[in-house]
Design a binder for this molecule. Structure first.
Ligand code: AMP
Ligand code: MN
Ligand code: MN
Length: 319
């Protein structure tokens, strides 16, 4: 922690980035650290390769997040948040590699320890928890704007304090964030209470697509580009849908296949995996070149849908 603080303190211009198709922890930890460093007198550039999901556009400071890379490379430090591997940031990989130093802040068990300096802690419930600790140690005031981002990161990554990564820090930090000015109801209304009609229709299709393996231990949900087109939705609208497949009785592992847009930087399909806590899906995802956490992981794959479903069914046989 101290070395990372020294590096940040010595830096003048800091480029911060997080993973493509960002979730609440990615966006929350990015904005919280960005605003904190700005308050500390640093010149900051906040970057994400994907558009900010509609449900997170209420976050104070969200307008600072750019989808394009800076024109000059006059940045002395890169901070990469909530990424198990550097390539999760997408097209900015080469830009970041070209900067003098990279700081890796993350909580994935599969983190590859990229970057010269690291704050990687897989016992943290979220990257937002690590950012909170860092800001505290740097004596940066956690104002209501920063608090909203930290709160949202923890709330979403713990599945509203329901997932296995929910720890005591999740509660204590969120309690402090509420004291700092966060209104839990307002955040919940934005994050969970304002879905487009298209998203609800997509959920209907997702539920309809569920297939259960012969032994009943694996459930599979599939979302295609046709479904997105038909409902006028985007990958951001898929967030959380896999949990329905995971809730099914006797299911140990839920998988969600999402077809990526043609020509995108990502591979043809993204597969999300969730387990009931008895199966290490990070290990399964890693065997396909991906990663994640014990109970929530993912990977990208080039395949036909038919072959991919067969591959996923072969996971079921080993459960
Ligand atoms: P998702 O499948 O996108 O819901 O992600 C579940 C977890 O796995 C998250 O913590 C991700 O950061 C991680 N993850 C997803 N896809 C990948 C990937 N291609 N490589 C490494 N980690 C991933
Ligand atoms: Mn994330
Ligand atoms: Mn996270």
């Amino acid at each position: 922690m101290d070395t990372v603080i020294d590096r940040l303190t010595e830096s003048q211009a800091i480029f911060l980035s997080t993973h493509i198709n960002p979730d609440g922890d990615a966006i929350g930890s990015l904005i919280a650290l960005g605003l904190g460093l700005q308050q500390h007198g640093k010149h900051i550039y906040l970057y994400n390769a994907s558009p900010i999901p509609a449900v997170y556009r209420f976050l104070p400071g969200v307008q600072l997040v750019q989808q394009v890379l800076p024109e000059s490379s006059a940045w002395d430090t890169a901070v990469v948040l909530d990424c198990g591997t550097l390539d999760r940031i997408g097209v900015a990989v080469d830009f970041v590699r070209g900067l003098p130093q990279v700081i890796n802040i993350d909580h994935h068990v599969t983190n590859t320890n990229f970057g010269q300096y690291r704050l990687v802690d897989s016992t943290a419930c979220s990257s937002a928890e690590i950012v909170y600790r860092l800001l505290k140690k740097m004596a940066i005031t956690i104002d209501a704007a920063i608090a909203t981002s930290i709160y949202t990161g923890i709330l979403t990554d713990t599945g509203s304090f329901r997932f296995a990564n929910t720890n005591s820090a999740a509660y204590t930090i969120c309690s402090e964030m509420v004291q700092a000015g966060v209104d839990p109801y307002t955040v919940a209304q934005h994050v969970y209470g304002t879905y487009s009609l298209g998203r609800i229709k997509l959920l209907n299709m997702a539920l309809d697509s569920i297939e259960i393996s012969a032994n009943g231990k694996l459930s599979l949900m599939t979302l295609t580009q046709d479904m997105f087109r038909e409902t006028d939705t985007n990958p951001e609208d898929v967030d959380g849908m896999i949990n329905y497949a995971k809730r099914i009785e006797d299911v140990k592992v839920a998988a969600l296949i999402m077809e990526n847009e043609n020509g995108a930087v990502q591979k043809r399909y993204h597969v999300s995996l969730r387990s009931d806590g008895t199966v290490d899906v990070a290990e399964i995802a890693a065997s396909f070149g991906g990663g994640g956490h014990f109970s929530a992981a993912g990977f990208g794959v080039e395949s036909s849908l038919k072959a991919l479903k067969k591959t996923i069914n072969s996971i079921a046989e080993k459960l």
